[in-house]
Each structure stands twice: as C-alpha cells, then as structure tokens.
Design a protein around this ligand. Structure first.
Ligand code: PMV
Ligand code: MG
Length: 347
C-alpha cells in the first residue's frame, strides 16, 4: 500500500496576473489535507471517496480504462487515464488498483472556503500512482503531470494551486505558457512533454524572514474562481490591462524580496499596492473582485500593525490580514467577527 497527502492553498499576491504566462504569484500551503491510499488489486479496482456515497469499479481492457461513466468521478478518471498512458510510455505493465480518497478539503464546510480541491485531488492521484509503480515522485514531475491532466479537461486557472499543493510551504510561482503545452499535447507523447523545458515556468520555495502572521478571514460567501477568471479575461483588450500585468509583477517581485529579506515596510507597501491593482482591474473589467466584506477586512488591517487584501479570485471566499503585532490578534479576531467575518485557524 502507498499513500500521498496534499494540502490546501491560499494566495498572498499576484492573482489574475499569474493566469497570464510568465507572471508570478506568492502562494502559501494551508494545513488541511487530502489523502489518497492505493494498492494493487486483481480482477477489478475500487475507487472510493469520502466525498461520494457510492464507489466506482474499474478495470483495464486492452490497455484502456474501462469504467461505467460516473460524472462525480470524472476528474479522478481523467487523472488515472493520463497516468496510465504515461506509465505505459515508461515501460510499466498496467495493473488495476484500489484507490481511497479521504478529504478534509472537501468537508461540507471546508469546500466553500476556497482553499482549492480539484488541483489537490489530481496532485494526490499523480503522486500516489508514481509511488505505486515505484517511480521517483519528484515535485516538478508531479506538477507537470497534474497540469497536463487539468489542461486536458479545459481548466482555465494559472495552476498556482497545483504548484502550491505539490511543493507545500510558501512559494513563488511563475506560470508557464499554456498555449505551447496545449499545442504539444496534440503532437507529442506525455513523456516528451515532461522532458521538455516549459517556457517561463518557475517554482521557488521562499524562506519567510518576517515575523508576520497571516490571519485568515472568511466572508461567508462562496466564489467560483473559474467563472471570475473567465469574466476578467473578457477585459484583456482594455488599454490598461497590460499596465495591470506589469504593475502586478513589479509588486510581487518586491513582495518576494521583502519576505526573503524581512523588510516589513516593503512587505506592507507591496500588499497594499497589489490590493489597489486588483481594485483597478475590477473597474476596467467591470467585475467585482473586492466585495464589501473583503473591503472591510482589508481596511480594518490599517487600525492594527497590519495590512490586508483579498486572497485568490475574490468575489467572496477569504481575505488575509498580515499581522505583525501578535498581541493584537484576539482583538482583531473580535473585530472581524463583529463584521460577520469568520476567523479560520488553518495555518
Ligand atoms: O480563489 P482561488 O484561491 O482559487 O485563487 C484564484 C487565483 C487566480 O489568480 C484569480 C486564478 C488562478 O488560477 O491563478
Ligand atoms: Mg477563491
């Protein structure tokens, strides 16, 4: 039996810009997990998930997955299908297996916080299958395989969530050129795509030298990132859009420097500038990102030794207040709660 465990994620900065190739985001892993267990079986395999009531029976027929189709499991089926193709390319003989998925990221309350879950499922299945077949599960390999699976199902995100749950900790993620990879998917094998360098891609763990405590506040409103990313993408031709991208990159690089050198003033400036950038983006794309609750949360930070902004796609979900004066935490949480914003202790 092998297992694999991956965590949730929260963006610190660089949202939306990172959807465009070559732009950077800072993303933190959250301590809630999704875990998979795999073991070879004979005849047929069972897939069970804490998410769904029923389980799925599957097998291979002539090297292809044979499953009575189940929409709920479609992402997992796609992941196993692409991984089976990759394993065959690697000279492995395919054998059915049992897969158990247990997710704290999906529990009824948790999913709506927006800590990510589809990326996490795919990363866990990829890592689990590499381990089951005794292949090295290097992070970059896991990341690339998970991205190929998600690109094949038309995911429109930056894959920052995938990078975060593959690498864990705090990372700087620069997105790759998805159009190049989509083109390659038409004509190259999975192994060839994996072995080629992906334009712009960079994932770098960051050492946080600041005594900062990210206080997560949940607005109580669920947001769907893919819809917001689509709406914002409709504003790409606006004359000020490229300026947004350029500014975001400048402030994210400044944020990274501040984190690594422990420069509090610079950190606060960078977060505040990233917040303003998203507000401006929201105006030019005519789509609300910083909701009233997220605005209140970010403004509240100014009364403390802190700085705040939304985290992720906005439109609801969570915001983060980056707090430096730890003695003020309880008071801050009370103030958040007065505004009906729920503190989440998941770091
Ligand atoms: O709301 P989240 O945590 O899914 O983050 C979305 C971040 C975006 O930059 C808006 C989209 C993306 O895929 O990077
Ligand atoms: Mg979100």
């Amino acid at each position: 039996m092998v297992d694999a465990k991956v965590g949730g994620k929260l963006y610190w900065g660089g949202e939306y810009a990172v959807v465009e190739a070559g732009h950077t985001a800072v993303i933190m892993a959250v301590k809630r997990y999704l875990q998979v267990k795999l073991k070879f079986s004979s005849g047929h395999g069972n897939i069970r998930s804490s998410l769904y009531h029923h389980h799925l029976i599957w097998s291979y027929q002539n090297g292809k997955l044979h499953i009575a189709h189940q929409d709920e499991y479609s992402l997992i089926i796609k992941a196993i299908g692409v991984m089976s193709e990759y394993l065959t390319e690697q000279g492995k003989e395919l054998t059915v297996f049992d897969l158990d998925i247990d997710s704290d990221l999906h529990d009824s309350a948790f999913q709506k916080y927006g800590f990510g879950s589809s990326g996490a499922v795919v990363v866990a299945v990829v890592r689990g299958m590499l381990r089951l077949y005794e292949l090295a599960d290097e992070d970059l390999l896991v990341f690339k395989l998970a991205c190929l699976i998600l690109l094949k199902i038309g995911n429109n995100g930056s894959m920052g969530d995938v990078a975060s749950c593959t690498y864990g900790g705090l990372i700087a993620y620069t997105s790759f050129d998805r159009h190049q990879i989509l083109e390659w998917l038409e004509k190259k094998s999975i192994s060839q795509i994996i072995d080629t360098e992906w334009k712009y891609l960079s994932i770098r763990p960051l050492k946080n030298c600041l005594p900062v405590e990210p206080v997560i506040g949940w607005t109580g409103r669920e947001a769907i990132s893919s819809e917001l990313v689509y709406k914002i993408s409709l504003g790409r031709n606006h004359p000020e859009y490229s300026q947004f991208l350029q500014n975001s990159e400048t402030h994210v690089q400044s944020l990274i420097q501040a984190i690594e050198t422990g420069n509090k003033g610079r950190f606060k400036q960078a977060i505040a500038a990233l917040r303003q950038g998203l507000i401006h983006l929201s105006i030019i794309c005519r789509t609300q990102i910083e909701t009233e609750e997220l605005r209140q949360m970010s403004d509240l930070a100014d009364d403390y030794d802190a700085v705040g902004k939304l985290s992720g796609a906005g439109g609801g979900d969570c915001g983060i207040i980056f707090l430096f004066d730890h003695a003020k935490k309880e008071e801050l949480i009370q103030e958040l709660e007065k505004r009906k914003i729920q503190y989440l202790a998941f770091i």
